[in-house]
Design a protein around this ligand. Structure first.
Ligand code: C2E
Ligand code: CA
Ligand code: CA
Length: 713
C-alpha cells in the first residue's frame, strides 16, 4: 500500500474525487457561508416551532415585531446564501490557483466580483421577484454553484494566457492596482462570454433558467402513481439534487404540489367519510419516515458521528446543529460537514432515505402503520411526528427502526470520512514539520508565512500556542536519559518539549519551537523549558548523582535576546543548582555567526561554568572547524550518523570527532541509538555515552527518576 493510498479502490476513488479542485472550492465555499446558514437555520426553527402554544407564548413575550425581525434575519441569511456562496467559491478558487501558482496572482476579491457579475448577466431578474429566488438557499444554490465554478474556471484559464495581460506600467506602482490591471482583459472576456450565453438563452426562449431546470426535473414524475418505484425514485432524486446543492424537495415542488399534497388531502377526506385512505405516498409519509433531521435523514448521521466519529471539530458541529436537526432543519450539517458535493457521503446520503422509503412502504402495506392522513408541521421532531401521523406507538417504532437502519448505513462512511480527513491533516502537518525545519519563507518566519493549508494550520496553531502558554497542562517536558555503558549509570538527561494539543494531539517540538519563534513567543516558551527543567533537576537532588546534568535545548533565536543569560542565572539560583548541573544544547546553524553577540554570550556562560553542547553534530553546518570557534563541553553525534554507521566515510568522520574531542577534553554523546548493532559499532570505536530508544524513550519525570535509580552501575 503506497503512502497516499488506503488500499481499498472505492475509498481511494472517493479520496481522489474529494481532492479535486471543484470539490475543494465547493466545500470551502459552503463552509465560508456557514455563519449565515447557522443563523438562518435557528431563525427558521424559531419561526416554525411545531407547538402552537409555544409560538403564542413567544409572540406574547416578544411582541409583534419579533416575527418581522425573524423574517429579516432569514432574508439576510438564507435568502441571499446563494449569492454569498457564489462569491465565496470565486474567492476560494482564486486562492487555490494562487497557491498552486499556475496563474499570475489573482485577487480573490476580484475573482468574487467577476463571478457575481457573471451571475447577474446570466440570470438577471427578468421581472421583479425572480432575482430573490435566484439568491436564496432553497432555490438558487445549484445554479449559483454552477455559475461560480464555470466563471472561475474560464477566468483562471484566461488569466494564464500571458498575451491577455495588460502591461503593468499602466497601473502605476500600487501593487493591488497592478494585480487587477494585468487581468482586466480576462475579466472582461469572462463577463462578455456569459452575456453571449444569456443572449443565446433569450433567443431560444430559455431565459428563465430556474423555471427551465424545474420543468426538466419534474418531468419523470409527471405520470404520478403510488407505486414503490415512484416513492424510491422521488426520495433518491430529491437526495441527488441535495447532493449537488439544490434543495431537493423545493426543486421537485411540482411533485409535492401535484401528487403528494392531493394524496394527503384525499386520505384525510377518506378518513372523514369513514373509508380507507387510498394513498401510501403523501407529503407526511416522507416528512415523518424518511426526513428525520431533514433530507437524507441527517438525524441518523448525527447519531453515527456521535457514536463513531473521531474528529472533534465535526462532533462539535453536530452538537451545535443538534437542535435544528431535531426540528428537521439540516442546513448546518449540509454546509458544515459538508454533505453537498462531498463524495464520501454520496452513497449513504442517497441510500438511507431510499431504504427507509422501502421499509415504511412495507410497514404500511402490511398494516403495521396506517396510511398517513394527519397533517403535521415539517419541523415536528422525530418520534413525536411518528406518533401524530400514525396515531399509535407503531409510528415511533417504525421511525426508530428507520433511524437504526440509517445509523448503520452512515456509520462506515463516518469512519471513512475520518480516515480521509486524518490522512489529509497528517499530510499538512508533515508539510508544516518540513517548513519548521526549513529556512523560513518571508521575513524569516518559518511557518506563518507558508502559503495555503500549511499556512492556515500554522496560523491556527500559533493562536492555540499563545493560549496554551497561558494555561498549564498542554505544554510540558519529558526526559530522556543519557547512559554511560562503562559505569552503567545515567550521566545526564535531556529535557524535551511536548505539546499535547486538544484537537491535533502531539505537536512535533520543532513545529512548536518554530511557531513560538514566528509569533515572538520563543522567550516565554524558552523560559518555561529552562525553569521547569531546573526545578525538576533540583527536585531530584539527593536521589541522583550530584554531577548528573540536566540538558535543555536552546533555539538560536533565544540567544539573540541579550537578557538570555540573565534568565539562565535566575533559573539556576531559583532552583539552587550549580552551573555545572545545566547544559545548553545548541544546534549549530548559520544563525550563530562567528563574532556575534550570541556567541559572545555563550562564551561567557561557558566560562562561568555552564555547560554548552553542540547538538545534531554531523548534519547541516557542522564541521570540525566549528568546534574551535564554539565554547563547547559536549558534542552530540546526530542520529543520521548513528543510523548509517556502517558507512565507511561516516565511521571516519565519527572517529576523527572522537579523537579531536578527547584531545580537547570535550565529552561526546551518541544520539539515536536504536539497536545493539549500532551500540557495538560505537563502543568498539571508543564511545561510552549514549542516548536513544535502545536505552530508553523520553519519559515523564517520575519514570525517568525510576530509570536513573534502576541503573546505578
Ligand atoms: P534533538 O535535540 O536532537 O532531540 C532528540 C530527538 O530525537 C527527540 O525528538 C527524541 O525523542 C528523539 N530520539 C531520541 N532517541 C531516539 C532514537 O533512538 N530514535 C529516534 N528515531 N529518535 C530518537 P523530539 O523530542 O521529537 O525533539 C525533536 C527536536 O525538537 C529536538 O531534537 C530539538 O531540536 C527540538 N526540541 C525539543 N525540545 C525542545 C525545546 O525545549 N526547545 C527547543 N528549542 N527545541 C526543542
Ligand atoms: Ca537536543
Ligand atoms: Ca540531537
Amino acid at each position: 500500500m503506497s503512502a497516499s493510498s488506503f488500499g481499498y479502490p472505492l475509498i481511494d476513488l472517493i479520496d481522489r474525487l474529494s481532492a479535486q479542485p471543484v470539490c475543494i472550492a465547493v466545500r470551502r465555499g459552503l463552509i465560508i457561508v456557514l455563519p449565515l446558514v447557522l443563523v438562518g437555520a435557528f431563525m427558521i426553527m424559531l419561526a416554525n416551532i411545531p407547538y402552537e402554544p409555544a409560538q403564542l407564548a413567544i409572540d406574547r413575550a416578544l411582541g409583534p415585531t419579533w416575527r418581522q425581525v425573524c423574517k429579516n434575519l432569514i432574508d439576510g441569511t438564507f435568502s441571499i446564501a446563494s449569492l454569498a456562496l457564489l462569491c465565496a467559491i470565486g474567492g476560494v478558487s482564486a486562492a487555490h490557483a494562487n497557491q498552486k501558482r499556475q496563474t499570475p496572482y489573482v485577487s480573490p476579491i476580484m475573482m468574487a466580483t467577476v463571478t457575481l457579475s457573471c451571475f447577474f448577466v446570466l440570470i438577471a431578474p427578468l421581472k421583479s421577484g425572480i432575482g430573490d429566488t435566484a439568491f436564496s438557499l432553497s432555490s438558487g444554490l445549484l445554479l449559483a454553484m454552477c455559475i461560480a465554478l464555470a466563471t472561475s474556471s474560464i477566468f483562471l484559464r484566461l488569466s494564464r494566457c500571458s498575451w491577455l495581460h495588460l502591461p503593468v506600467e499602466m497601473a502605476g506602482n500600487d501593487p493591488v492596482a497592478r494585480d487587477v490591471f494585468t487581468l482586466i482583459p480576462a475579466s472582461i472576456i469572462t463577463i462578455l462570454f456569459f452575456g453571449l450565453i444569456r443572449a443565446a438563452l433569450v433567443a431560444l426562449d430559455m431565459a428563465n433558467l430556474h423555471e427551465l431546470s424545474e420543468r426538466i426535473l419534474v418531468h419523470p414524475f409527471s405520470k404520478g402513481g403510488d407505486s414503490l418505484g415512484f416513492g424510491v425514485l422521488y426520495s433518491m432524486a430529491s437526495q441527488v439534487l441535495w447532493f449537488f446543492g439544490a434543495h431537493g424537495p423545493n426543486m421537485l415542488f411540482a411533485v409535492e404540489n401535484d401528487i403528494l399534497i392531493p394524496a394527503a388531502l384525499t386520505n384525510m377526506n377518506a378518513i372523514a367519510s369513514g373509508t380507507a385512505p387510498p394513498f401510501i405516498f403523501t407529503k407526511m409519509f416522507f416528512d415523518a419516515y424518511t426526513r428525520m433531521g431533514g433530507s437524507g435523514c441527517t438525524l441518523a448521521l448525527c447519531l453515527a458521528i456521535f457514536l463513531r466519529g473521531k474528529d472533534r471539530g465535526v462532533k462539535k458541529l453536530c452538537l451545535f446543529a443538534l437542535l435544528p436537526t431535531l426540528c428537521n432543519v439540516n442546513e448546518p450539517l449540509l454546509f458544515g460537514i459538508p454533505l453537498v458535493l462531498n463524495p464520501v457521503y454520496f452513497i449513504p446520503f442517497i441510500l438511507v432515505p431510499a431504504v427507509q422509503t422501502v421499509i415504511a412502504y412495507t410497514a404500511t402495506v402490511t398494516g403495521f402503520i396506517p396510511p398517513t392522513s394527519t397533517d403535521i408541521a415539517w419541523t415536528t421532531p422525530a418520534l413525536m411526528s411518528g406518533y401524530i401521523v400514525s396515531g399509535s406507538i407503531n409510528g415511533p417504532i417504525l421511525q426508530a427502526v428507520n433511524l437504526l437502519v440509517g445509523l448503520l448505513i452512515y456509520m462506515p462512511f463516518v469512519v471513512i470520512s475520518d480516515a480521509i480527513r486524518e490522512k489529509r491533516s497528517k499530510q499538512v502537518m508533515q508539510n508544516l514539520f518540513t517548513a519548521a525545519n526549513g529556512g523560513g519563507v518571508s521575513d524569516n518566519r518559518k511557518c506563518l508565512g507558508q502559503p495555503g493549508e500549511v499556512g492556515r494550520l500554522a496560523n491556527a496553531l500559533a493562536g492555540d500556542l499563545t493560549r496554551a502558554l497561558d494555561e498549564p497542562g498542554q505544554i510540558y517536558l519529558v526526559y530522556q536519559p543519557q547512559f554511560n555503558n562503562e559505569t552503567g549509570r545515567v550521566t545526564g538527561v535531556e529535557a524535551l518539549l511536548r505539546w499535547n494539543h486538544p484537537a491535533y494531539g502531539n505537536i512535533a517540538p520543532p513545529i512548536t519551537v518554530a511557531l513560538a519563534e514566528d509569533t515572538g513567543n520563543i522567550d516565554r516558551l524558552g523560559r518555561f523549558v529552562l525553569e521547569e527543567a531546573c526545578r525538576r533537576r533540583a527536585a531530584w537532588s539527593g536521589f541522583v548523582d550530584a554531577d548528573m546534568i540536566m540538558c535543555i535545548n536552546v533555539s538560536p533565536v533565544q540567544l539573540q535576546n541579550p537578557k538570555f543569560s540573565g534568565y539562565v542565572w535566575n533559573a539556576l539560583s531559583d532552583a539552587s543548582l550549580k552551573p555545572g548541573q545545566l547544559e545548553l544544547e545548541i544546534t549549530e546553524s548559520s544563525m550563530i555567526k562567528p563574532e556575534s553577540s550570541a556567541l559572545e554570550m555563550l562564551r561567557s556562560l561557558h566560562t562561568d561554568g555552564i555547560r554548552v553542547a553542540i547538538d545534531d553534530f554531523g548534519m547541516g553546518y557542522a564541521s570540525l572547524r566549528y568546534l574551535r570557534a564554539f565554547p563547547v563541553s559536549t558534542v552530540k553525534i546526530d542520529r543520521s550518523l548513528t543510523e548509517h554507521i556502517d558507512n565507511n566515510i561516516n565511521q571516519q568522520i565519527v572517529r576523527s570527532v572522537l579523537e579531536l574531542n578527547q584531545s580537547l577534553g570535550i565529552s561526546t554523546v551518541v544520539e539515536g541509538v536504536e539497536n545493539r548493532k549500532q551500540l557495538n559499532s560505537f563502543t568498539s570505536m571508543g564511545f561510552s555515552t549514549f542516548q536513544g530508544y535502545f536505552f530508553s524513550r523520553p519519559l515523564c519525570a517520575k519514570a525517568c527518576l525510576a530509570y536513573i535509580n534502576a541503573n546505578r552501575g
